[in-house]
Design a protein around this ligand. Structure first.
Ligand code: IPD
Ligand code: CA
Ligand code: CA
Length: 254
């Protein structure tokens, strides 16, 4: 194991403390518009700055790619970090946002953690070692009927004004399922599949830092991780993660 999960957990919790200090003081948190529909706050920047230095101190041998500060020199063995996933939710004072940290070595995701500080839920996994939530082993749901399933998705594509924007796909799938959710943090959506709280999640036009940790956690919890055609792997532009039981059925609607 190239890192200690206990060290990773300690670092993500410290990052959560920084995020929560801003979250409890939102009236004084600067919000910047990266684009008309895309925000970043001073909390995103502060959390990422902490993570970059803390991860470098603990594991100087790895590079860093963070959503807000970009890529360091070494991108072969790197931390892939979203300091606050669900910034819009964070900025509105909602509780559904998270910190996402994954370690990718030679193109393979080997460890990852997603922490939701406002909910105090911490998900963590290492390749081949299973996934846990708050220290307890988790697994995907046993639901086998698409008609009875609950699914989650997101609409980042709308922010990019894309013509191919998930709305038609959402309507196709919503008609065939019992429950639909749009929680606002892709990293957390993936952990909810891992924890059996939803039976599948899909989204398009994401980035690796949105999904790397959550996809590993979902896979280690027994989930399928594919693109919209069913090709195995983490494809941020077209990610589909399921409990396995509804995989074949939902794939037909993608
Ligand atoms: C966003 C969240 C959201 C997803 C957006 C992402 P951000 O991350 O993951 O659920 O739908 O596409 O951009 O921008 O808040 O880090
Ligand atoms: Ca994100
Ligand atoms: Ca973010």
């Amino acid at each position: 194991m190239p890192i200690s999960l206990a060290v990773l957990e300690q670092i993500i919790r410290e990052a959560g403390d920084i995020a929560m200090r801003h979250f409890k003081n939102l009236d004084n948190v600067e919000v910047i518009k990266k684009s008309p529909r895309d925000l970043v706050t001073e909390a995103d920047v502060a959390v990422e700055a902490f993570l970059k230095q803390a991860l470098a101190k603990a594991y100087p041998q790895y590079g860093f790619w963070g959503e807000e500060s970009g890529q360091s020199d070494d991108q072969f063995n790197r931390w892939v970090v979203d300091p606050i996933d669900g910034t819009h939710s964070f900025a509105k004072g909602q509780y559904f946002w998270s910190i996402s940290i994954a370690l990718e070595i030679a193109g393979e995701l080997v460890a990852g953690s997603v922490y939701a500080p406002a909910l105090d839920d911490l998900y963590i996994a290492a390749k081949g070692k299973g996934a846990t939530k708050n220290g307890k082993a988790i697994s995907v749901s046993s639901e086998k009927s698409l008609d009875a399933s609950m699914i989650a998705t997101g609409f980042a594509c709308l922010r990019s004004y894309l013509v191919e924007n998930n709305l038609k796909r959402f309507c196709r799938i919503a008609e065939k399922t019992t429950g639909q959710r749009r929680f606002g943090s892709a990293a957390m959506d993936l952990c909810l599949v891992a924890d059996g709280q939803v039976d599948a999640f899909w989204e398009q036009e994401l980035n690796l830092y949105d999904v790397a940790a959550g996809a590993l956690i979902a896979k280690e919890a027994g989930g399928t991780v594919t693109d919209f055609k069913g090709n195995e792997g983490v494809f941020p532009k077209q990610i589909l993660v399921t409990n396995g039981g509804i995989f074949d059925q939902i794939l037909l609607l993608m």
